[in-house]
Design a protein around this ligand. Structure first.
Ligand SMILES: [Zn+2]
Length: 353
């Protein structure tokens, strides 16, 4: 079942049926307080029984009707959108068309974001949601990292976005992708990245993303669509460590980060110093001898939050001061300005549900 149908149903369950059930339970307790001969007590019972019957009849009817309508609409929408998405994956032409569609959607969501921003000014602060999928790649069949290695940086990413922008990040970890093309493991940045995205590497990541999610329409419109974090071998063609992450900005649904910058612990050598080449701890393949962990000095705990913010609309690094999240190079703090918060909260990826 498509995620959007499930989300709406869960929302109705949470926001409508559960409060009704709670109300019935509370009212029943209060009904018991009346003496048996008191007519107000009888009336009290009558009301709760009627509400209960209506609720038990309406809930399944609603679920059934909603599911049928939702499935049919979703099916046709996804067929059309899947075809469009395949067209969009064509090198050069695809990304240009997509950029235009995104620009229009972005303009619309900024208007909605403006209302949210005004609300925040007068103290109405609503939690918004962002779905993030973490996909490590393999070098051949050897995983760069597993969930265990990436969980700490994702917890930190979730903390930053909630603390700074009241965006609840929902993280899902995937199994490492075996045998990715060599050029998907190594990405350029800035000018290089735009060229990569317009050419084949972007196509590979985009096709991976299309394969992953059935809600193709949302991929095209970038409304509520997840962001995928690819954990790759190298970003920036500079050797590990210097440029640690990349984002294609508004035009992509994914970011890429270097494995060596996102794992907090690495394997130590016999002297207790980091082993070279750097390898995450615990080892991703079985080791014949026991290994000892040591802190990874290249660990950049804020890099994923930083790159996600680029994808959510913070292009470039203008107006960022030391100690803030959107500085270039090494990131020592996680502050965001109210203006930046306004922009990322109004991204199409960030939703009210
Ligand atoms: Zn940046």
């Amino acid at each position: 079942m498509a995620t959007i149908c499930k989300d709406v149903q869960e929302w109705v369950e949470e926001q409508v049926w559960k409060p009704v059930d709670d109300w019935v339970e509370r009212t029943e307790k209060r009904c018991e307080e009346y003496d048996w001969w008191n007519p107000i007590g009888w009336f009290c019972w009558l009301v709760t029984i009627v509400v209960k019957i209506v609720r038990w009849v309406l809930a399944p009817v609603f679920t059934l009707v909603f599911r049928i309508v939702c499935e049919v609409v979703n099916f046709f929408v996804n067929v059309v959108a899947a075809v469009v998405n395949i067209v969009l994956a064509i090198p050069i032409i695809g990304p240009i068309i997509k950029a235009i569609i995104r620009a229009v959607v972005t303009a619309v969501s900024y208007v909605i974001g403006l209302l949210d921003g005004l609300g925040r000014l007068v103290g109405i602060r609503i939690t918004k949601h962002l779905r993030v999928h973490v996909m490590p790649l393999c070098e051949g069949v050897i995983p760069l990292a597993y969930e265990a290695h990436l969980a700490p940086i994702m917890r930190e990413t979730e903390r930053i976005l909630y603390a700074r922008a009241q965006i609840r990040v929902h993280t899902r970890f995937h199994e490492p992708i075996r045998n990715p093309p060599e050029n998907a493991l190594r990405l350029g940045t800035e000018v290089d990245l735009i060229a990569d995205e317009a050419w084949l590497k972007g196509t590979w990541h985009q096709m991976q993303t299309v394969k992953l999610f059935e809600s193709n329409l949302w991929s095209l419109l970038a409304v509520g669509h997840p962001i995928v974090v690819y954990v790759v071998r190298e970003v920036g063609y500079d050797g590990p460590g210097t440029v640690a992450g990349a984002s294609g900005g508004l035009f992509t649904d994914w970011i890429a980060v270097e494995r060596d910058s996102v794992v907090p612990q690495i394997v130590a050598d016999a002297t207790g110093a980091p082993a070279t080449p750097l390898s995450p701890h615990p080892p991703t393949v079985a080791s014949p001898t026991a290994t000892v962990p040591v802190a990874n000095r290249s660990y950049a705990q804020r890099i994923i939050a930083h790159e996600i913010c680029h994808s959510l609309g913070l292009l470039g690094h203008a107006n960022s001061n030391p100690g803030e999240l959107m500085v270039p190079g090494s990131i020592t703090g996680d502050a965001l300005s109210p203006f930046q918060v306004g922009i990322i909260r109004s991204s199409g990826h960030v939703t009210f549900l």
